[in-house]
Design a protein around this ligand. Structure first.
Ligand code: ATP
Ligand code: MG
Length: 229
């Protein structure tokens, strides 16, 4: 059975892409078949995977989604690229930013990503979706297609800001679009052991967030930031 996890937080720069890529490679090293889906028009996950100029790709997530909407034939590869680290990636680029507008008048517009995933999930143990920093239609599509949501939370002063809204959105998706969806857990990222602030944030998140919080906390590590380059 394939497990589909959306990595999401509408807050920017909290470690969604870094988590998606490294978790994916980690799972592949455990001999799991992994597909990473870049659902962010910034294409950061695509760049992380070594595809330096996503905007030059001519078939990406945006094209697959539009082909599904228009009932066009999808190429056999389904836009998926194999990566050296033993993971597959469905890339994205700036074209994805036009999709939200294109989908507005489409019937069942929250279900397009689910259809895409139904077509590929038998080939994988895990599909990880790197969501954009917003709660727009692409994120809703990702939630509708997923079994769970993993929420990276950066150890900084306003860590909890917006989490209520994110959890409400997940609950609304659960009610109306995807009964199965669960919150996988919150992953604290960019922890700096040298500062009291990081320590306070961890305590604050533990006291205020009524969700699973992973015991593993990701330290701030410059090598993680350097890795994509
Ligand atoms: P966006 O909301 O723009 O999609 P994001 O939530 O995907 O951002 P990342 O791109 O993963 O966040 O991380 C933001 C920046 O912080 C990147 O430059 C990344 O390399 C860096 N970074 C992420 N995790 C760590 C870490 N543990 N230690 C040091 N730097 C990190
Ligand atoms: Mg990102």
């Amino acid at each position: 059975m394939c497990k589909i996890i959306a990595i999401a937080n509408q807050k920017g720069g909290v470690g969604k892409t870094t988590t998606t890529f490294n978790l994916g490679v980690g799972l592949a090293r455990e001999d799991k078949k992994v597909l990473l889906i870049d659902a962010d028009p910034q294409g950061s996950l695509t760049i992380c995977a070594g595809i330096n100029e996503p905007d030059k790709l001519n078939y990406t997530l945006a094209n697959v989604l539009m082909d599904i909407v228009n009932e066009e034939k999808i190429p056999e590869s389904k836009g998926i690229i194999e990566h050296d680290e033993g993971i597959d990636i469905l890339p994205a680029n700036i074209e994805l930013s036009g999709i939200e507008v294109s989908l507005i008048n489409v019937m069942s517009r929250e279900l397009i990503m689910r259809e895409l995933i139904e077509n590929v999930k038998n080939d994988y143990d895990y599909i990880l979706i790197d969501c954009p920093p917003s709660l727009g239609l692409i994120t809703l599509n990702s939630f509708t297609a997923s079994n769970s949501v993993l929420i990276p939370v950066q150890c900084e002063y306003f860590a909890l800001e917006g989490l209520g809204q994110l959890i409400n959105t997940i609950n609304l998706v659960k009610k109306h679009l995807n009964k199965e969806i669960q919150i996988e857990g919150a992953l604290l990222t960019m922890y700096d052991a040298r500062t009291n602030l990081s320590l306070q944030v961890v305590e604050n998140v533990k006291d205020n967030l009524d969700q699973t919080i992973y015991k593993t906390i990701i330290p701030r590590n410059i090598r993680l930031a350097e890795a994509p380059s």
